[in-house]
Design a protein around this ligand. Structure first.
Ligand code: CMC
Length: 392
């Protein structure tokens, strides 16, 4: 065995071999199974792209129709899941609600027949079908309303917006939302996908796999950044304040939300597409008050931090698109989770094909052979600190 150096955050360390997606961070290229993200955004749909990611090739017309049919059929939630959700506090974060609900699915479909293709297909369909219903149901319930039942005559994206607002969405809005889902569906080995793979490697059920990935996506350094971007734009408040805000961040060495990426050193290709989607929405429904601030901030960051490779990532413009679609700020990350479920499931399936449990190692930095001291002889930490103060 060869020993390699410790790299914080596993930077640059391969943890798997994968044929699902490819990123070239220097040239701003993202491909799913070899297809460019630009082409998929333009010609494909989220469900077709999910099929591609999970089963490895684009579906035929019949295969896609069957997949879409299965997903429509499984969109509803068991009433016990809805009852469980009614007990959640309205003030709780929707990502926590989603994590609990995803894990709860395992109570109902708990067989771990991981070598049975029918079980795998069922789990894929159930998770893709029910996660949007859970997100929309929590939104309705926390407002004191009954959840809106899914509608079989609406496609995946339109149905989600319908369940969220109890109103059939404008076709352009539904199409743009579908593209957003495609853009967020997969992104090589990021933190939540790695989390899904580690959980998958123990051969636990797929609901546990997705629940652990949801928990990882929630953090502000990962999926939670899209929500933070809007809070930041709110705080900046006007174009005149952009430079001062940036000065302050640079001086305090704090991160500017929606910028920077472990892999991309140029503008994230998804951010380019999202910005153009935002502009299409603004043309039809009016400009978002924060858009000009966002563009000014992007320009200022490029001038000051561009040489360090700090450019907008996927989270920078997505929030502005979601706001225009009537999605509340704290649902941005759950919406990311709806999309990324496709990628997590693709990696779950890939992991099962050649599984070995993840069991990395560490570089131990603690003490060794410490003699055990009886409790009555031990000083408290406070006592020790006091003693150090007294003795200087
Ligand atoms: N604002 C200012 N400086 C930054 C930023 C930023 N957003 N991101 C990185 N840097 C600087 C950082 O200060 C460091 O500079 P120096 O070398 O002088 O100390 C250098 O760039 C490398 O940063 P790092 O934190 O070591 O990079 P990382 O690869 O560990 O972190 C990141 C990547 C995405 C966590 C980080 O860029 C960040 O915290 N960005 C803000 C949060 C964000 O937008 N997250 C969404 C990520 S993309 C989608 C997703 O994963 O969900």
């Amino acid at each position: 065995m060869t020993f390699c150096e410790y790299r914080p955050g596993l930077e640059g360390i391969p943890v798997t071999q994968s044929s699902i997606s490819f990123v070239d961070g220097q040239r701003g290229i993202l491909e799913y199974r070899g297809y460019s993200i630009e082409e998929l955004a333009q010609y494909s749909t989220f469900l077709e792209t999910s099929y591609l990611l999970i089963w490895g090739s684009l579906p035929s017309k019949d295969e896609l129709a069957e997949f879409e049919h299965e997903i429509r059929y499984h969109r509803r939630l068991k009433y016990r899941i809805r009852d469980m959700m009614k007990c959640f506090p309205e003030s709780g974060h929707p990502m926590d609600a989603l994590q609990a609900c995803a894990a709860a699915l395992g109570l109902f479909y708990s067989r771990r027949a991981l070598d049975n293709p029918v079980y795998i297909r069922d789990a894929v369909v159930r998770l893709l079908a029910k996660i949007p219903t859970m997100v929309a149901a929590f939104q309705m319930m926390r407002k004191g309303n009954d959840p809106v039942q899914p509608r079989d005559d609406l496609n995946y994206a339109a149905n989600f917006l319908y369940m969220l607002n109890e109103r059939e969405p404008d076709p352009l809005a539904a199409r743009i939302f579908d593209i957003c889902l495609t853009l967020h569906a997969e992104h090589t080995i990021n933190a939540s996908t790695f989390s899904a793979m580690v959980t998958a490697s123990t051969l636990t059920d797929p609901y546990g796999v997705v629940a652990s990935a949801v928990g990882t996506l929630a953090g502000p350094l990962h999926g939670g950044a899209n929500e933070e971007v809007i809070l930041m734009l709110e705080e900046i408040g006007s174009i005149e304040n952009v430079e001062a805000y940036l000065d302050d961040c640079i001086q305090k060495k704090s991160k500017i939300m929606g910028f920077g990426h472990r892999v991309y050193k140029v503008k994230d290709p998804r951010a380019i597409i999202l910005q153009s989607l935002a502009e299409q929405l603004f043309e039809k429904f009016g400009k978002d008050e924060y858009y000009d601030i966002a563009v000014a901030l992007e320009h200022a960051v490029e001038v000051r931090l561009g040489t360090k490779g700090i450019y907008p990532n996927v989270d920078f413009y997505s929030g502005l698109v979601y706001r225009k679609l009537g999605i509340p700020t704290d649902l941005f990350t759950p919406v990311f989770a709806i999309a990324r479920t496709a990628g997590w499931l693709a990696h779950w399936k890939e992991q099962l094909n050649e599984n070995r449990i993840f069991r990395p190692t560490q570089i131990y930095t603690g003490s060794r052979g410490t003699p055990y001291e009886p409790i009555e002889k031990r000083d408290s930490v406070e006592d020790q600190e006091l003693m150090e103060l007294v003795t200087g």
